[in-house]
Design a protein around this ligand. Structure first.
Ligand code: HEC
Length: 137
């Protein structure tokens, strides 16, 4: 009798634990989708297109970027969750989507002394990259 009750309680607890875990994953996925959507809107790009653009344009060789295969460069700063919260980017620009896009396209035109080359990606590609980077937060 007692062991039946114990089994019943254990079963009920297991169901609660699973339900909480499922809810947590759903909330996390919700937040992630919302952040991606907001970043796409702010940058006027599609972050989901950015990974091959970054790989093809050498970003990975100089920067460590979460989610980009092989991007473990140490030349420039890490482009990770902290980027969205930085006040200044590239040492000289206020951190906002338009400046980030300008920087990604033409770092040398903005700061002739920077070690980052002007990448010459198109404006739309820079927007896609900016959307991706801001969504890492
Ligand atoms: C040859 C190495 C090199 C390449 C290639 C390169 N970067 Fe950079 N990047 C740097 C360096 C060095 C800095 C720091 C610049 C400074 O502060 O003067 C930097 C800075 C940045 C910043 C500003 C970060 C901050 O917090 O100040 C962003 C964003 C960035 N790079 C994105 C990119 C993207 C996207 C690409 C590819 C399209 C790319 N970089 C390619 C070297 C590089």
């Amino acid at each position: 009798m007692r062991s039946d009750l114990a089994r019943l309680i254990a079963g009920a607890l297991a169901i609660v634990v699973v339900a909480v875990a499922v809810a947590a994953v759903a909330l996390w996925a919700d937040r992630r989708d919302r952040v991606r959507h907001e970043s796409d809107a702010a940058a006027g790009g599609v972050g989901a297109r950015a990974i091959p653009i970054m790989t093809a344009n050498g970003c990975s060789g100089c920067h460590t970027i979460p989610g980009v295969p092989g991007a473990q460069g140490q030349v420039g700063p890490r482009l990770d969750a902290s980027l969205a919260g930085r006040v200044i980017i590239g040492g000289v620009l206020a951190n906002n989507p338009e400046n980030l896009i300008r920087w990604i396209r033409g770092a040398r035109e903005i700061n002739p002394h920077t070690a980052m080359p002007s990448t010459r990606v198109t404006e739309q590609q820079a927007r896609d990259i900016a959307a991706y980077l801001y969504a890492l937060k």
